[in-house]
Design a protein around this ligand. Sequence first.
Ligand SMILES: C[S@@+](CC[C@H](N)C(=O)[O-])C[C@H]1O[C@@H](n2cnc3c(N)ncnc32)[C@H](O)[C@@H]1O
Length: 225
Amino acid sequence: MRAVDLGCLEGGYSVELAKMGFDTLGIEARQENIDKCNFVKENLGLQNLHFAMDDVRNLPKYDKFEVNICYGLLYHLNDPVAFLKTVSECTTKILLLNTHFAPDRDLRYELGHLNRYVIAPIQKRAKALAPQQNYRLSPMTTNEGYAGRWFREWSKTAGKAKIEKMLWASYNNNRSFWLRKKDQTKVLHDVGFGSVFEQFDYTGDIAPDNYTSRHSRTMFVAIKH
Ligand SMILES: C[S@@+](CC[C@H](N)C(=O)[O-])C[C@H]1O[C@@H](n2cnc3c(N)ncnc32)[C@H](O)[C@@H]1O
């Protein structure tokens, strides 16, 4: 079976998939990250482990995969719906989607500059004052026909060298759209996944029980029928 790891960073999940026996491809946009992936590949000698330096939006170039791992990536895109359509076309069995989602209601995100420049910096320093993480999101709006909030990744004027150095950030878009949770599940259905589940134990015992509500982040498991 073929597996793809989207936005694979240093290739950790790709390695584990290859060790499990999947013919694995990790796709990653940044040169520094892909160099680390290739260093790992050389040292492990896994013949079924491959990496490509590319924008994940070019996924169809690499054909179809039974298993699709999309961790920490979707919320770095400004076109998550178009991308999930692409993902669906390229996935024949299962998608594991670990992602942030936009909280339905959060007064802080209605306050614009007041939140960005006053409340968020205070909450960053005094974490006890923020039971829910403050991501400085926009008010609720729509994008590609679904509800969610915008997240600013980097300044429009940032140079290529600076963007290359932001090893965990978005690549070809300076802001990202976080879908509202119920819109996220609706999109997964609409693009062709017959069943969509939420996995509640994906953090195991390495994160506190309130991880999902505190970080507006969860794991979806989407199955092709
Ligand atoms: C937050 S990290 C997540 C890494 C890993 N998947 C994980 O869950 O630990 C996001 C990764 O996606 C990569 N990335 C962001 N936008 C991308 C794009 N459009 N195409 C390919 N990779 C991208 C980043 O360079 C970074 O390695």
